[in-house]
Structure formats: C-alpha cells, structure tokens
Design a binder for this molecule. Structure first.
Ligand code: GLU
Length: 282
C-alpha cells in the first residue's frame, strides 16, 4: 500500500499566525495517525511579496511548534520551468489565451456583473474575442499580458461533472460536485511569472505525490479549479479536507499583516507550543 502524503504549504509573505498553526499541526497529526509522510512546501511564486527572511521565520516557527518535516523543502520558485511546460501543454491544446486588459479595463467592464466565489467581479472575456492576428500583433508590439484559461473550452475537455472527495473529522468521505465555471477564465500565468497559485499548487501537489490536501476553508471553492486542472493535465486527484478558520476578535479571518495572533508575537509574550495547540483547539 502506498503511504499517505500530507503537506503544509505556506506562502513566505508574512509571519505565521494561529490559523497556520492549526493547519500545520493538523497535517502533521493526520500524517502521523496514517503512518504517512509530512512535507512542507514554500509557495514563493510571488517575487514582489516573498522573502527569504519570511521563509526562515516560518521554518523557525514550525520547528518551535515541535513539527518535523522531510528535508529538503520544495520551493515553488525553483520549479518554474515545470510550470511553464504544463502551461505550454495547455496552450498547445488551445485552452489558453493572452489577456491584455489592465485592472482598470476589467473594473470598468465587469463591476456590475457576476462575481466569483471570493466576491471578485468575473472577467468578462474581453480578450477571448481577439483574433489570432490581433493577439500576435499585440504580442509583437510588446504589450504585456497574462494567460487565462478558456473555461468553457476547458470544461468541454473533461468528463462532467468535476468533483472531489472531502474527508471529515470522522474520516468519512463525501463527494463534492465542483463548479469551476463559477471562477470564469482564471489567470494561469501572470505578467511577471509563468505560473499562478492555481497551476503551481496542482503541479507541485502531483510532483510531491500528495495524497491528502488539508487546508483552510477559504480555499474550499478554489478546489473546483484545482480538480479541473488535474483532470486536464492527467494528474491524480488527492482527497481534500478544508478545516475551520481562526477568526480575530472582530470575527475576521486572520491576515499576515496583523500582529497580535502571529506566532512570533505569541512566542515573545511567553506562549508555549502546548498553549498554541490548545488555542487552536487541537
Ligand atoms: N500557499 C497557500 C496559502 O498560504 C496555501 C495553498 C494550499 O494549501 O493549497 O494560503
């Protein structure tokens, strides 16, 4: 039997907070219970926001929590060539198109239209309508662009419906029917990097043989896009568990920019790893 593989995948663009602690400890505990492996992956594809000092602080906090993960950690930024190759595969199948719209263009065209599950206006498909000659011309002129997935074409390439298996506290699995179209033509490569969160997470989970993705509820609906990409690229589908989020005293999701619940601050004020565990309800 193959061993289960769990992972904690922080982005090094801020300090870890209690929500990350919950995710990391839960992944390690579940891996242990299953006699499986526990990996840490650094999701550093955003060159503007990721820094080596945040990465070092994250690994230091995880070690302080008493977690032990397999070395070396995988850094997404070291695998951009693999991401670019997958992008090329999708492009050659006619599933991507360059989008030259600025944020302002999109705001003006989409503000009153439908929104994605995160509440962001859906891209109204302006550049999908460009001809091959217009695209080539704009690329030749040096106009900057992102690559978007043509959602309708992509959906037509995979058997419907797209779904995933979600496992709960009691270990029971349910099948969730996913709606990737709710996200519209998602961006798969940005102007500055030949990848995106959605593409990178799917490729790296597959490359690392991840069998169980355990992460916060804020990524529940994004799983629809991940499952679609896995089906398009012929990658295995892990099972998923989306755990509760930890809120601040005003009922908002914790964010990295806020200090009070950061592990750094809690450590400095004398909290122990056992206190953190209790605090996150594990
Ligand atoms: N890197 C993502 C984050 O820090 C998590 C991605 C995932 O677990 O799939 O929010």
């Amino acid at each position: 039997m193959t061993r289960s593989v769990f992972r904690f995948a922080p982005s090094p663009n801020g300090q870890l907070h209690l929500g990350h602690a919950l995710s990391a400890i839960l992944n390690r505990d579940l891996a242990r219970e299953a006699g499986g492996r526990f990996l840490v992956r650094i999701e550093d594809i955003d060159p503007g926001r990721s820094t080596p000092s945040f990465e070092a602080a994250i690994l230091d906090d995880l070690a302080w929590l008493g977690l032990d993960w397999e070395k070396p950690v995988r850094r997404q930024s070291e695998h951009l060539a693999e991401h670019a190759a997958a992008l090329d595969t999708l492009n050659r199948r006619g599933l991507l198109y360059p989008c030259f719209c600025t944020r302002g263009d999109i705001r003006a065209a989409a503000a009153d239209g439908p929104r994605d599950p995160d509440g962001v206006p859906l891209y109204p498909g302006i550049c999908r309508a460009l001809t091959a000659a217009e695209r080539a011309d704009r690329i030749r002129r040096g106009d900057s662009y992102v690559l978007r997935l043509d959602m309708e074409k992509a959906r037509a390439c995979v058997p419907a419906p797209v779904s995933w298996h979600e496992f709960g506290d009691n270990g029971r699995e349910i099948e969730v029917v996913a709606d990737p179209a709710a996200w519209g033509d998602v961006v798969l490569a940005r102007r500055d990097v030949p990848t995106s969160y959605h593409l990178a997470v799917v490729l790296d989970d597959a490359a690392q043989g991840v069998t169980h993705v355990v992460r916060g509820k804020d990524l529940y609906f994004a799983t629809a896009v991940h499952r679609l990409l896995q089906d398009l690229l012929g990658l295995p589908a892990p099972v998923y568990r989306h755990h509760r989020l930890i809120m601040d005293k005003d009922g908002r999701k914790l964010s990295k920019s806020e200090g009070a619940e950061s592990l750094r601050t809690l450590r400095a004020t004398g909290a122990s790893p056992a206190d953190i565990r209790r605090h996150v309800g594990l």
